[in-house]
Write a protein that binds this ligand. Structure first.
Ligand SMILES: [Ca+2]
Ligand SMILES: [Ca+2]
Ligand SMILES: [Ca+2]
Length: 185
């Protein structure tokens, strides 16, 4: 009896069924790689590095972008509004832990992928400073520098987003990289 049970347990069929069940019940948002990516996102967005992501960070970044581009308060206000809706920042702000919970909820919505595509289009609008329909390395660097991102990070992100390697990021590459960023482990 015991021997038969052992044979059954070690059978590859049973193992396969078990693995399928594990895969079905585990979401990519539980994956350490995904959580680490969201932690890095929090670190980037928390521009003043006080451990809270809120309006203060977004205001700082909006000011930086407008300053780099020699633009006035209207542009700054516009950047603030766009980035606020992208990051869901508010006056009170969130901690890293709250931010990750927020991100988990966000990607679990039934229409989350459509939301992320819209979000990617909004980001594209802001980053494409000269409005020629593509993001150059300079345009990309400028915005990430406004968040105090390291050159290493900027280079890695740009390379990953420019999937056809032509040196520019187009709107479809932005959508593609955002979908990958939020929906894969
Ligand atoms: Ca902050
Ligand atoms: Ca451009
Ligand atoms: Ca490209």
């Amino acid at each position: 009896m015991e021997k038969r049970l052992l044979t059954l347990v070690s059978s590859s069929n049973l193992l396969r069924i078990f693995q399928t069940q594990v895969r079905m019940t585990t979401s990519f948002t539980d994956n350490p790689t995904w959580i680490q990516r969201m932690k890095m996102r929090f670190d980037l967005l928390d521009a003043d590095n006080n451990g809270i992501l809120g309006n203060a960070d977004i205001a700082l970044v909006a000011k930086n972008i407008a300053t780099y581009r020699n633009e006035g308060p209207d542009a700054e206000k516009y950047y603030f509004k766009i980035m606020q809706s992208i990051t869901l920042a508010d006056e009170q702000g969130v901690t890293e832990k709250e931010f990750i919970e927020q991100a988990k909820k966000f990607v679990s919505q039934p229409d989350a992928k459509e939301h992320v595509k819209k979000l990617a289009d909004m980001v594209f609008e802001v980053v494409d400073a000269n409005k020629d329909g593509v993001i150059s390395y300079e345009e990309y660097s400028q915005v990430y520098k406004a968040f105090n991102a390291s050159q290493e990070m900027i280079d890695a992100y740009f390379k990953a987003a420019d999937s056809n390697g032509d040196g520019f990021i187009d709107p479809s590459e932005t959508r593609e990289s955002y979908l990958k960023y939020f929906f894969s482990a």
